[in-house]
Write a protein that binds this ligand. Structure first.
Ligand code: GAP
Length: 460
């Protein structure tokens, strides 16, 4: 990664190359909403695909689920989200801006105040002159109050209190409420997991940092059910697995670390939480994913609120228990920002700046570009045939316009790991040139061998 990578640079790059656009841009945009463009959607799908492949397909002990976004409102009573899924909000009376009180205090004083009560936060703000409205420097703040982050809406035509429902703020609860269904309909035995990916919604007071924190985002969560007493061991196991997932996809180890949540700051359901953090040059160490030991909290809550028996009967031992849950929870939007920042490079090549995304081939939006040296026949037909052969396997790009050097640069920016050039010699020797994005080295190989060679280098 180059030293110069800034948020502005990444945002501009993402727009210019069709990775991410501001949502509703022709209307002036809407804050905190983004759309994934042609390259962005390919990359995001690859991240999700890699997560699903490694978390579900490659394992015997995890099954998938796709639960509804709108769930029974009681789910959120049981989970504690209705009463406790709050951020502390403070309003500046002079600018009318609203801020997260903990962020306002932390930014001004460096104090760690997460988890403090509204009264305590109000007292700190009232007494510490360093805390000012970032917009106008004023110090006229209303008392801090909790603000629930769930988006509320109504089902059916009548906007009445009994029809209130919520957009899910996490995918996790879908797994807990389906625990019994999955047990009864698939041949799983504890220890086993249920995995899900999909949209979640949080009415964040201060979204920001591009796709790092938005109000509508995707999550990829695994709820792994284990016998109580084995939970600590499984926690370590999943921490290792998730760490290895990031590094195996090329994320620079130096930009990754683990952050152990202090005992007194843990969520109400957690016995232990460790975040995998990434060092973003524009915001420092930040959570990519959290691994939590959720104990038997959620299953017990749902059993109590629904009246269903959510215990597990272990046929081998004849014992019944409520399983503990280890939860690795991440999100592809935030991961995508990390992978992009990590891969973004500007290099000097023969007196020119080359922008290159050194993405792992599995994550690259386009895996290969086929570049005929001329638009004329018969070179063009040979190139088209090769393009047709490769495009059934993954996303391939065909580009026959402009100087070859410029075409290489376009693919470097898109993160395409391989460019295959078809030239006049190909007609004679039946060989093509394969150029490696990172080393820029070129290798001449038989055209018949391209498909296998690329497959091995992308997925090997
Ligand atoms: N079920 C546990 C849970 O939801 P979380 O730490 O609140 O835990 C898990 O969220 C992950 O979801 C985060 O690590 C992050 O990757 C992603 N995430 C959470 N809020 C987000 C937001 N507002 N925008 C983008 N991603 C978010």
């Amino acid at each position: 990664m180059t030293e110069t990578v800034t948020m502005d640079k990444i945002v501009a790059f993402c727009k210019r190359r069709g990775f991410v656009y501001q949502s509703s841009e022709i209307y002036g945009g809407i804050r905190s909403s983004y759309d994934y463009g042609p390259l962005g959607i390919e990359m995001k799908r690859n991240i999700k695909e890699e997560w699903w492949r490694r978390t579900v397909h490659m394992r015997d002990d995890v099954v998938g689920l796709d639960a509804a976004i709108i769930m029974h409102p009681k789910v959120w009573e049981a989970s504690g989200h209705l009463s406790g899924f709050n951020d502390m909000l403070v309003e500046s009376r002079s600018s009318k801006r609203r801020y997260r009180a903990d962020h306002l205090i932390e930014d001004a004083t460096g104090m760690e105040v997460e988890g403090l009560s509204p009264e305590k936060l109000t007292e700190i703000i009232d007494h510490d002159d360093r805390i000012k409205d970032p917009v106008d420097g004023g110090r006229d703040f209303a008392p801090v109050r909790p603000f629930n982050l769930m988006f509320e809406t109504y089902t059916g035509p009548v906007k009445a209190p009994e029809n209130v429902v919520y957009l899910r703020p996490e995918t996790a609860q879908g797994m807990f409420v389906n625990f019994k269904n999955v047990l009864q309909t698939s041949r799983v035995k504890v220890p086993f997991g249920i995995a899900q990916m999909g949209k979640s919604f949080r009415n964040e007071i201060t979204p920001g940092n591009f796709i790092f924190r938005t109000r509508e985002f995707e999550q990829m969560e695994l709820e792994f059910f284990v016998e109580p007493g084995t939970d600590e061991e499984w926690f370590e196991y999943w921490l290792g697995e998730r760490w290895n997932w990031y590094t195996s996809l090329g994320l620079n180890r130096e930009n990754l670390r683990r952050y152990e949540h202090p005992q007194d700051k843990l969520s109400h359901y957690s016995k232990r939480t460790v975040d995998i953090e990434y060092y973003f040059p524009f915001r420092g160490w930040s959570e990519l994913e959290g691994i939590a030991n959720r104990t038997d909290y959620d299953l017990k809550q749902h059993a109590a609120f629904s009246g269903e028996n959510l215990t597990y009967f272990d046929q081998a031992t004849g014992q019944s228990y409520v399983p503990y849950v280890i939860e690795p929870a991440g999100g592809p939007d935030r991961m995508m920002l990390a992978f992009l920042v990590d891969a973004y490079n500007e290099e000097e090549v023969r007196g020119e700046t080359r922008t290159v995304l050194k993405l792992h081939p599995r994550l690259a939006p386009i895996k290969a570009a086929v570049l005929p040296l001329t638009k004329k026949e018969p070179v063009a037909s040979v190139a088209r045939d090769l393009y047709g052969e490769l495009k059934g396997d993954y996303r391939v790009f065909y580009d026959d316009s402009g100087a070859i050097g410029r075409r290489y640069r376009r693919q470097d920016e898109a993160g395409t790991p391989f460019c295959v050039t078809v030239d006049f010699d190909t007609l004679e020797d039946k060989q093509v040139t394969v150029r490696d994005r990172d080393t820029m080295e070129q290798e001449r190989i038989p055209i018949d061998a391209v498909r296998e060679r690329l497959r091995a280098r992308i997925y090997g």
